[in-house]
Each structure stands twice: as C-alpha cells, then as structure tokens.
Design a binder for this molecule. Structure first.
Ligand SMILES: Cc1cc2nc3c(=O)[nH]c(=O)nc-3n(C[C@H](O)[C@H](O)[C@H](O)COP(=O)(O)OP(=O)(O)OC[C@H]3O[C@@H](n4cnc5c(N)ncnc54)[C@H](O)[C@@H]3O)c2cc1C
Length: 294
C-alpha cells in the first residue's frame, strides 16, 4: 500500500527537531526507525503532514551512564544494540531479554527502544520490563524538559501524556541495588517473531537477610495499556521468598488482568497465563537476585 505524500524534515540537532515539532504540532510526527510509523501511514491510520526524521541528528544513538550514575538511553539507540549491551545484560536482564525477542533481526536493527515505548501499545515487548525497572522518560518541550516516570506515561491504547509539540530526549534507568534481579516472560501464538499474546515482567531486591525489600510486577496485553500490579507487589514486600508467596502474588496479578479475547488469545487463556508467567518471572528474578544464575 502506498504511503500518502508528506514533507520530510531532517533536523541535525534535537533542539532543531523540537522547534519543528513546536511549529507543526499535531500535523507532525517524529520518526526514529520508522517501523511503526511508516506502517501506520501506509495503512492510512495516521497521516502526518510533516515527518521529522531523527536520522541526521548526531550523538543520539547512545547508551551511557549519566552524572547520577543511572543508565541513559538515547532516542536512536536500536533494540539490536540494547539486547547485547554488557551493562544492560548485567544490570537489566529483563530488558536485554525483551529487546532480543522483539520482532526480527532486521526490525531490531532499525527500530528503537523509545519508538517501541512512545507507540504506547499494551503488547509492546519492552514496556513491562521498563515498568518494573522503574524507567522514566525525559520529554523536551518549548519551555525546557520534564522527567515522567514510565508508570505515569501511558494513558491508554496508543495514547500517552506526551503532547504533539513535545519529543522524547532520552530514557533513564536507575541502577538496581545489590541482590536485585529482573525477568521478562512472554507467550505468543507463534513461538518467535510475534507480538505478545500475554507478557509479564518482575523485579525483586532482597536485603542481606533474604527479605524482599522491593517487588515490582507488570503485565502486558491484558488491559488497554501496560500495567503495574501494586496489590501483588505489596504481598511480596517484607516477606522471605517462597513458592507459596509467589503463588499468592500470581493470583492477585490474575485478578488485576482485564484482558479481551482477540485473534491472539482468549481472555480466559490470557488470565490463566498471567498467573503462570508471574510465577516464572518471580522465580527467574529471585535466581538472578541471589546470584544462582545470570
Ligand atoms: C514486522 C514487524 C514486527 C514487529 N514485531 C514487534 C514485536 O514482536 N514486538 C513489539 O513490541 N513490536 C513489534 N513491532 C513494532 C515496532 O517494530 C517497534 O515498536 C519498534 O521498537 C518501534 O521503533 P521505531 O524506532 O521503528 O519507531 P518509529 O516507527 O520511528 O516510531 C514509533 C512511534 O514513536 C514516535 N517516536 C519515536 N521516537 C520518538 C521520540 N524521540 N520522541 C517522540 N516520539 C517518538 C513516533 O512518532 C511514532 O509514533 C513490529 C513491527 C514490524 C513492522
């Protein structure tokens, strides 16, 4: 299907990209890898008059530590770089796994982590890992910048708090403390190269006495947006890990899931799988947190 005509703008700095965004507002879209945007345009679901490409902007394809010691990921950092990056593999295993199972090699070589998130799809592979890793987004606007925690970013299907005159400057991942582990679990209709029918991520930190001090669980493809499950997280915190405890948290996750039935899975199957995947994600996170595997 042919893409309707549009004006392609090629800024060379993020500041210039922002000026273009401010002038054209809702008539514009930012393009990173284009693997979501161009498909929507071809299917006539979205018709921006101006496409602001980030390809010519220098030095935004980075993964580096910022002054606060947290990991900053630039808007052109590709999924294929993220999946193998040594710091992401060591400290953010849920994200190295999710980026490595997003789409195909060719798509991962083109597409960005930030594009996957701004798309605000409930089934985006990298959304639930980033929610449990407590990521935030730095959003540039005419008056400066604001940092938005990811759990406040998503509003609903394809909808976020980002305004049409804004753009994402970078993503920030706080460094997990010692004795921490995270895991991403996904089930899709086909074994590979498919959007998640249901997905779950978990993150655990334990103190030296083996008590869970921080627990986060996030669910994908079971609500109009990726969601955290505070009820299940509270059950885990302050307790020593055990299979009975994980089962309790998994049952609460199942209760909070409000899936629909579609071509990928029935609502009942999705609810059942939330329970299974929550236990798997917690067990895998615990193994990493206690250094039994990596
Ligand atoms: C064949 C195929 C298979 C796929 N499989 C999967 C899959 O298994 N799992 C999955 O999660 N996704 C999948 N996708 C979707 C897509 O590849 C990912 O969402 C990808 O990460 C998007 O990144 P991108 O850089 O290409 O984004 P783009 O298409 O460039 O942008 C996506 C959205 O983000 C906005 N945007 C991008 N960067 C910025 C920024 N800095 N500031 C403001 N707005 C911005 C764009 O305007 C657009 O709305 C698939 C796509 C295809 C074509």
């Amino acid at each position: 299907m042919a893409i309707p005509n549009f004006n392609y703008l090629a800024p060379t700095t993020l500041k210039e990209a922002l000026t273009m965004r401010v002038s054209h507002g809702a008539k514009s879209s930012i393009m990173a890898g284009g693997t979501d945007l161009l498909i929507k345009m071809a299917h006539r679901n979205h018709h921006p008059e101006y496409v602001i490409g980030l390809n010519c902007v220098a030095d935004i394809n980075y993964i580096r530590y910022n002054a606060a010691g947290n990991l900053a990921i630039g808007p052109m950092a590709k999924l294929s770089t993220i999946m193998d990056h040594p710091d992401i593999v060591s400290h953010f295993p849920a994200l190295s796994h999710s980026s490595g199972v997003t789409a195909t090699v060719q798509i991962r070589n083109m597409s960005t982590l930030i594009g996957n998130i701004v798309n605000a799809s409930p089934s985006a592979d990298n959304a639930t890992p980033l929610l449990v890793l407590d990521a935030s987004l730095v959003i540039m606007h005419e008056g400066g910048e604001r940092e938005v925690p990811l759990h406040e970013f998503f509003l609903g299907f394809g909808n976020s708090v980002m305004k049409p005159t804004e753009l994402i400057k970078e993503m920030i991942l706080p460094m997990p403390g010692k004795n921490s582990g995270s895991s991403y679990q996904k089930i899709s209709t086909r074994s590979k190269v498919d959007i998640a029918g249901v997905c779950v991520s978990a993150f655990l930190t334990l103190n030296d006495a083996g008590v869970i001090t921080t627990a986060r669980i996030a669910l994908g493809s079971v609500a109009p947006k990726p969601i955290r499950v505070p009820q299940a997280e509270q059950v885990l915190e302050g307790q020593k890990p055990s299979i009975e405890l994980f089962r309790k948290a998994a049952a609460l996750s199942r209760e909070e899931a409000k899936p629909i039935s579609d071509m990928r899975a029935s609502a009942d199957y999705r609810k059942a799988m939330v329970e299974v995947l929550t236990i798997r994600a917690l067990e895998a996170s615990l193994l990493i947190a206690t250094n039994k595997t990596h």
